[in-house]
Ligand binder design. Sequence first.
Ligand code: WTA
Length: 689
Amino acid sequence: MSNTSRNEERTEANEAQIAVHWKEEQYFQPSQSFIDQANLRDPDVRTRFGEDNFPDCFREYADLLTWSKPYHTVLDTSHPPFWKWFTGGELNACYNCVDRHLEHYRNKAAFIFVAEPESDAPVAMTYQELYVRVNEMAALLRDFCGLKKGDRVTLHLPMTLDLPITMLACARLGVIHSQVFGGFSGQSCGSRIQDSGSRVLISTDAYWRSGKLIDHKVNADIAVQAAEALGQHVDQVLIWQRYPGKYSSPTPMVEGRDHFVNELLKQYAGRRVEPEAMDAEAPLFLMYSSGTTGKPKGCQHRTGGYLAYVAGTSKYIEDIHPTDTYWCMADIGWITGHSYIVYGPLLLAATSVIYEGTPTFPDVRRPWRIAERLGVNIFHTSPTAVRALRRAGPDEPSQCQQRFKHMTTVGEPIEPSAWRWYYEEVGKSQAVIVDTWWQTENGGFLCSTIPALDAMKPGSAGPALPGIYPVIYDDDGNEVAKGAGQAGNLCIRNPWPGIMQTVWGNDQRFIDTYYKRYCKNPDSTDWRDWPYMSGDGAMQAADGYFRILGRLDDVINVSGHRLGTKEIESACMTVPEVAEAAVVPVSDEVKGKVPEVYVSLTPDARDPAAAARKVVQACESIIGKIARPEHVYVVQDMPKTRSGKIMRRVLSAISNGRDVGDITTLANGSVVEDIRTQVDSARAAARKP
Ligand code: WTA
């Protein structure tokens, strides 16, 4: 290639356009038996939810709710980007999830709780029983804690029934719940207590995780202290007991401040509390989410729009019917759990499974045994879990009689090879799969196939949901056309009912993070001037399906070519011995950045060096020499968050010789030093003549 043509190539390569090189995957069709029973079979749905009918199309979702006062306006855009949905309307979230089902479903299970110890039988809680418990808890929160409409309460609860009971009791009173993922440290909980201004913390003494009864009360003490240091005083700490009547923590209760919920509840036995009629725009909950910089943002979700959106998407994308037994393996401490373990399934009167422990305890067959035993027919999990279960027990699902009609993945891109295993082994080639793309900020799914109407394509999240109008912009705000083979910033042109209201206490951060970059006219009150920026890189294939590359800051710029880390990881995953792969950018004097690859292998892989060579070959042959990893490190275990996501930040720090920073949120912090030693000695060996 001559110098001139090389330069031309450089100038043509727009900074925002990310070259993507993956091959198109074959389609999979939903089975006729799924289609025959599906909630959404109308092929005109996307027209009905088209721009000509926006925003009125979302009345259909609002109609799935029971309103105590009807709304007068579907969408109020007078103060962008602070959209208002279903204004004038009033409703109560708890009433919609519980009370209104009593007439038809009183003694049907709302939840089935599965404790981690397998010797404890599953516990079914009926809608009637949930109604009783939620009312008693609401009475306690109101009369003992003095909580009222608009107050914030921080919950730091694990996956037991106490969590949804507490959330729904808050919702009944119009109290804003802020559930912090149970696996987070007391310190993280404390900063969220402070940010939300909670004076009550609701926690628990202990819970089971990987065979251990973990002391959780200790985190409550740390959290209160941390909040205090930041200037927020906590008056009351309510502690649920994992085994009512027995205190399972070695950490002492603090006199005057700490109270056992189950003891207090005795005073409220049989009490009923009227559900508060809440304005559609009243905040329902906060969910903290990490940004690239700065402290976590409190994503503030509204009552009416949020509930309408999760009801609609649960019904049409998750295909939930009241007769279904639905199991989402996420944690309620994440947005997925709020929307698709608690609110969505309950709004539709389904039975939702809550599992306390790790999916691989006591062995990797556990999830399939649970599914078989409970008759779960809708299953929902993450690609990370799929990869982990596949790695540890590729043949296990075939040993059980689970029969799924529908399966979901969420949270990360799923490699086509993992998708196929999920489809063939877990779903037994019968279940339809939806790969749902969305974020904490979004309330509910934004991109996914409609299960009975669209063909599945492994690795692609599918087209936009009805009523969602995405666009991909390059760095200059030009649209990247579908089928162009280029990626860019995935944005949504329109507001939708599930979008968060604001960052709690920080309107400016809301504007700056999501709207500033591509706003066409800050003075305009026309929603068309205010696209929402997701911060994800994506490309749209000619068929309209979106393939998500991951966060834009995960992109590696090699010699002026941008490569999605996910794309390289997909390539690594095509090597049969590779169970998990993570790619991080490493600074390189000549090329800017080069990728380094970390892989863990399947248990039957015998020759790590050979596997590493195959990884290099796979990157070169699938993407090109440009993607050739500088190093491939075969590690025993990846550093992971408690929710199972690989911490690429930590690997990147190791690769770049930086301090790994705070690793307290890791599930397996001890692997970090091992990996660093391994990387250092590999480097030293490479330097030897
Ligand atoms: C990523 C989880 C690919 C994405 C609901 C997004 C996905 C971030 C998918 C949000 C998917 C989520 N395919 N990537 N189906 N779903 N992501 O806030 O990068 O925990 O921005 O919400 O996860 O993560 P969050």
